[in-house]
Design a protein around this ligand. Structure first.
Ligand code: AHG
Ligand code: MN
Ligand code: MN
Length: 321
């Protein structure tokens, strides 16, 4: 494992990552990348290792935890806890963040959705890992609440998509880069730099099953889209839907509904990292009233509505809302 980790670290570093970040941010990202390499192997073998299905427990959201959710979380937690520069680890699968330590060397906090798209695991549809890296506050005591920062404070964010290939999309504040995991060498190979979301694209991505629970504004937008030649694509794994939107354009919408008045997706480890990436790629990422990254979080698991993607398409949706 160590040689794999070093190789990955060298590989990521050799891809100019260190020129883009100061300090050990590159090191934290390399550890996350190596962890996702291990998660990818578990995802590939889930059916064989019988780590599919319910873990027999529910998470803080009352959602059934999939075995792979818990496994992915423990892989990320385990590896990051070994670093001396990470203070706090927060995750969708943990009721509260874990504080690794309060030494000044622990300059980073990591927030993650260890496995996104759980409902798709058992049917071999793409799932992913989403991560967000924040600076550890230098004022006050370092504790769980260190991760309650606006998305504008993120130092880096990214996701790894376990699809037909394992793709990492990452930004450290200087544009969006894309890597693909070479299974033969376990190295993430840089395959794209400064990726930009196409300005316009007539694709909308939303779960229309909630039609009855949508606001009049969302319904009015969907009527417009139906009458103006839009295509519809919805995979049900946010990482896969956002990745398609990043590369092909369009708009991904998970709005507030009567059943989920605050939206379903979680601000800290779904909304903010994806919003950071989409904005770094020249797109827009809004709630139904403001930029997602401007929302001041008050709870680790608070939810947000999400309208993100091509700048022109998001503006069109906003006009209807
Ligand atoms: P997670 O598996 O981490 O709980 O996330 C699932 C999320 C997200 O991946 C996806 O966009 C959304 O749930 C799909 O929700 P619906 O099934 O309500 O469409
Ligand atoms: Mn998720
Ligand atoms: Mn998840």
């Amino acid at each position: 494992m160590i040689s794999e980790q070093i190789r990955l670290e060298q590989n990521l570093r050799s891809k100019d990552l260190t020129e883009k970040v100061d300090g050990d941010l590159g090191g934290v990202i390399s550890t996350i990348a190596a962890a996702t390499g291990a998660i990818a192997a578990e995802v590939r073998r889930a059916r064989i290792n019988d780590v599919l299905g319910m873990a027999g427990d529910t998470n803080v959201h009352g959602e059934d935890q999939q075995k792979l959710d818990v496994l992915a979380d423990s892989i990320l937690l385990g590896r990051l806890s070994a670093r001396a520069d990470v203070a706090v680890f927060a995750s969708e699968e943990l009721d509260k963040p874990v504080v690794f330590g309060q030494e000044a060397s622990r300059k980073f906090c990591v927030v993650t959705d260890p496995l996104d798209g759980s409902s798709n695991i058992d049917v071999a549809v793409s799932v992913g890992t989403i991560f967000s890296i924040l600076g550890t506050p230098t004022t006050g005591e370092v504790g769980e609440t260190a991760v309650l920062q606006k998305g504008t404070m993120q130092l880096a964010a990214g996701y790894v998509l376990y699809g037909s290939s394992v793709v990492m999309v990452l930004s450290t504040g200087d544009g969006v880069d894309m890597y693909v995991l070479d299974p033969s060498t376990e190295e993430f190979i840089l395959v794209g730099e400064k990726i930009k979301v196409p300005k316009e694209k007539k694709i909308y991505s939303i779960n229309e099953a909630y039609w009855e629970d949508f606001s009049d504004g969302v319904r009015a937008y969907l009527d417009f889209a139906h009458k103006n030649g839009y295509g519809s694509r919805y995979i049900g794994s946010m990482v896969a839907d956002v990745h398609r939107t990043l590369l092909k354009g369009g708009v991904f919408i998970y709005p507030a509904t009567t059943k989920a008045p605050g939206g379903k997706l979680r601000l800290l480890y779904e909304g903010n990292p994806m919003a950071y990436l989409i904005e770094q790629a020249g797109g827009q990422a809004l709630t139904d009233r403001t930029r997602i990254v401007e929302v001041m979080p008050t709870d680790f698991h608070e939810r947000t509505s999400v309208i993100l993607g091509s700048s022109g398409e998001v503006s069109t949706v906003s006009r209807f809302l």
